[in-house]
Design a protein around this ligand. Sequence first.
Ligand code: 0A1
Ligand code: ZN
Length: 883
Amino acid sequence: MLEIESPASPQTIDLKDYKIPDYYIETVDLHFELGEKQTTVRSRLAISRYSEAKAPPLVLNGEALELLSIQLDGQVLDKKDYQQNPESLTLFQVPERFTLEIETRIYPQDNTTLSGLYTSGGNFCTQCEAEGFRRITYFLDRPDVMARYTTTIVADKKKYPVLLSNGNLVAQGEEDNGHHFAKWQDPFPKPSYLFALVAGDLARIEDEFVTRSGRKVALHMYVQSHNRDKREHAMASLKRAMAWDEQVYGREYDLDIYMIVAVDDFNMGAMENKGLNIFNSKYVLAKPETATDTDYENIEGVIAHEYFHNWSGNRVTCRDWFQLSLKEGFTVFRDQQFSADQGSPAVKRIQDVNHLRTYQFREDAGPMAHPVRPESYVEVNNFYTMTVYEKGAEIVRMLYHLLGPEGFRQGTDLYFDRHDGQAVTTDDFVKALEDANALDLSQFRRWYSQAGTPELRISRAYDAEKSTYTLKIKQTCPPTPGQPHKAPLHIPLAIGLLDSQGEDLPLRLAGETTAVTGTRVLELRQEEEAFVFHDIPCEPAPSLLRSFSAPVKLYLDLRDEERYFLLAHDKDRFNRWEAGQQLAVKIILGLVKDYQQGKPLVLDSAFIETVGRILESDEPDQAFVAHILALPSEHYLAEFMAVIDPDAIHETRCFIRRSLAKALQELFAATYQALTKTGAYRRDPKEMGRRKLRNTCLGYLMELDEPDIRSQCLQQFNHADNMTDVIAALSRLVDIEGPERKIALQTFYDKWQEDSLVIDKWFTLQALSRRQDTLARVQELTHHPAFKLTNPNKVRALIGAFSQGNPARFHDPSGKGYGFLGDYVLKLDPLNPQVAARLVSAFNPWQRYDQNRQELMKAQLERIAKTPQISKDVYEIVSKNLA
Ligand code: 0A1
Ligand code: ZN
């Protein structure tokens, strides 16, 4: 193992060491004086001892703080009474109950980490999850310490007319030096990670929501004034989410005001601070000319997600950060359900599963694989992962499948009731569902503690004489770091069996008296088990893992004609799509082999015919059709290869798209024409589906690289009245050699240069280009005046998109892409370690590639590891890669 020069000996935190706190903080009085260079923070904490046995020292967390004074019960403390180090402040002798007053100085204007108090676009804002509060003042900065907060903010009135914090505004006024103040009080006890403060010059939009019990809630949304015309969609989404949570979960909002603030510099998507959500502006701002349909959907989803946290996260919070999925997995499931209810549930499920299989499966198979409830971490910010969020949501979805909608609702009612105002564990969540349903979920709990993607190998046998159909299922789970052996899981497997007309057969298992028609859920528990269905009149087509009822890999030897049959007839729309994906995966992987062996590539004609039939079908859900027509992503295809060959995958996939375009050119062109817009721009599911399918056709046609089609594409680019159609055209034009590419990119930049979020799209499209010179262009763009290393959206749009979204160019065998990423990880780490750690994660699957690429990636990891003073964020990822 490599010797790594580690940052100030990073400590591993283990779940098994969890201890309840020795002290609690009951009330927190904060007083902020926000200045142009520095800010002073005075806090008054009412503290009481919990542990009775002895009088343990009080250890407060604190980072990057200048301590100005401490007083205990009004007495100024002497230096010998406490000890300060870079991460804590220890008081050796404290009484059982006391008041502690601490004054600190901080420098928000210089805070590029975007954790704690910082400035964005000249306005002050905070980000305290997970451990940002300790960068504001000394505190017991852990989620199981819940206190009532009062916050007073003092600032220059002209520069910062808006002063916000959590809860209700209880006082405001002027001071004589041009300053003003606002005092906020939050009646709900909360952990420090939910604290928020905003001060700035912001435009406000107001609305109102009346809860089902008749309480009026003021809804305030704040954005920078040049964005005032882009707030409506977010506000409408919020009101839909509030109503949905009442209807579906019986959850009402609890304060008189709900505020959302959009900022441009933000490490993640958004933050659910109590009563004062702070959002990355990307997930708030939209108007048709600047935001795509996908942007609109994402905004609706994130707005709902943060709102839903008010119950799943804020009213009931996490005991410690190992329990992060308690709030995140559950809340992602809730936002997925909400979004499914707003449009096409099948399409939503396809999108979510695609996302999970592309990114979470990859994480679960690499050096950062961890259980949904991790056992240990070095830097908690590295555990805001696909596993904790998306696999965590799949676990909740499985519980939903196992309990059924009513049982699940009874379980969540009990959970919210039982634990309101508490900081609890994932186990408490499962226990509530268990108790409400009188059910044993002990084996199911392993989903939280075992990492890795389980694999199901299924064989089937039809016995015509006995009219029985048997499914034999074997489950395994590959080893992951620290977990060589896995125990069998409790897995809900939703299935249907189709007769030759495509109808679901009634299903009766051995020992049952009545049959169930339609989907039924089998519960797998053993390593190997068999399910025998009776009265099956003919050999059925098996539709397994319907709606992806469990986050597993399924291996079942279906014949191609069975897959074509399921694609055409399955009652489960998710599985129709899945059958098409499986066919495509099989065909692509076959051609990848041919490509590697230098054989000529030929595309199966049955596949071409099927694609043609789908294009001609009268399926009304056009977004669904567009998803069926989309080939699996390069990343997803890579998951099927023992040694990933990014070139072969890329070339083969392009070949298939080109072949389909050639063979079906007329049909694609006719469909494109037929789907031309009639009437004014609208953004409803039908119109969004139309745009999606039409742009899918355009994408295929552009594979032909013909002048007429190029000019048609440019035509769409120039004349579209919405960003969806503009981006669809531009994303094709960036790949080509012809002059249209340059013209379009320049026109786009000239038009949108003042709109930072639109310019992010401009960066991303260029970073994702198939062209051979993409890396050179990306390097050039890092020097573009619109690119800012301190803005996470810019970093993600350009460097993140290139390294995580353009495998063919990032994995150039020269290693230049790797060197570029290494350079930027090192440049960014001293400024913003959280984002640097996300960037470096592009190397995580390095051991899955050929030896040349492995060595080149490893060299970059070692170079980063050897750099003095790398952050513990980056250190953790790099050291786990090299372990
Ligand atoms: N809790 C937020 C996401 C979030 C997490 C960490 C952050 O900073 C390190 C910021 C936001 C959510 O799930 O929406
Ligand atoms: Zn969340």
